[in-house]
Design a binder for this molecule. Structure first.
Ligand SMILES: C[S@@+](CC[C@H](N)C(=O)[O-])C[C@H]1O[C@@H](n2cnc3c(N)ncnc32)[C@H](O)[C@@H]1O
Length: 256
């Protein structure tokens, strides 16, 4: 199953708000956890050809370009790509589904993808396409949802947000109260920022690892990023939670 139509539509309709939010520095999870870890992993990209998969409104493409890379951004949402083109007229963007990557073999030195892989239910085709599009020795760096957090039972209200995964086992009645479902694969319907409906796929680590280990790419590194020190002053509770509980994970794969 690929990204569902209603999610693509949501992203397209939300393009302006998405860009404003991304550029405000107020997206705590991106700004103080995921991007610092992803950007710290970038090699010297001067003169390198880079593909940014699921580039949204183009902020990461601008960053990669500032490091001297020749960057192309692709995204499945027409609205986001249109906004990216308007924002960064000197950069190259295309509407493209990552499950149908269409490039000549060995086009890119480096492929980057931030928080996109959880929109598809199998990584097999995408990893094959990425392998084909990479030059030998090239790297695919991507971040995605961590199944420990997204397999939990999550709820939000005006005053709080919770994420619970665990159980209470009652010896007397031989019953258990189980909260969350880590092992069950499912589509999760969510609402972000109060008004942005979105769906993504939860899969346990064994399924994700199986896709990676059976792909032609080689896994060379893995990280569960923590919130960075600077987050303490901006959002102390986010900092505290994400010293102990992962929200995202990062994979680095290589083409031999
Ligand atoms: C959470 S946003 C991340 C955007 C950007 N990478 C960032 O971190 O700010 C996920 C992005 O993935 C894109 N996307 C979802 N499914 C996709 C697919 N099958 N192919 C390409 N892009 C996809 C969405 O349109 C959206 O721009």
């Amino acid at each position: 199953m690929s990204t569902d139509d209603s999610t693509i539509k949501s992203y397209s309709e939300y393009a302006e708000k998405w860009a404003t939010h991304m550029r405000s520095g107020k997206n705590i999870a991106h700004e103080y956890m995921e991007k610092p870890s992803m950007y710290a992993r970038l090699p010297d990209l001067k003169g390198r050809t880079v593909l940014c998969v699921g580039c949204g409104t183009g902020e990461e493409c601008a960053h990669l370009t500032s490091l001297g890379a020749k960057v192309m951004g692709i995204d499945i949402s027409e609205g986001l790509i249109e906004y990216a083109k308007k924002s960064y007229p000197n950069l190259e963007f295309h509407v493209m589904d990552m499950e149908k990557l269409d490039f000549p073999d060995a086009t890119f030195d480096f492929i980057y993808s931030s928080l996109v892989m959880h929109y598809i239910s199998s990584w097999e085709k995408t990893l094959q396409n990425i392998h084909r599009a990479l030059k030998p020795g090239g790297t695919f760096l991507f971040s995605t949802h961590h199944p420990v957090t997204y397999g939990a039972q999550r709820s939000r209200s005006e005053t709080e947000r919770s994420s619970m995964l665990g159980y209470t086992k009652h010896y007397d009645t031989h019953t258990a109260d189980v909260v969350g479902d880590y092992l069950g694969t499912r589509k999760i319907d969510d609402v972000w920022f109060g008004d942005f409906p979105i769906s993504y796929i939860h899969r346990p680590m064994q399924d994700l690892m199986r896709d990676i280990l059976s792909s032609p790419l080689t896994l060379v590194d893995f990280e569960e990023p923590k919130a960075i020190e600077k987050c303490k002053d901006v959002d102390p509770s986010f900092y505290e939670i994400h010293q102990k509980i992962p929200q995202f994970m990062i994979f680095e794969l290589k083409k031999n």
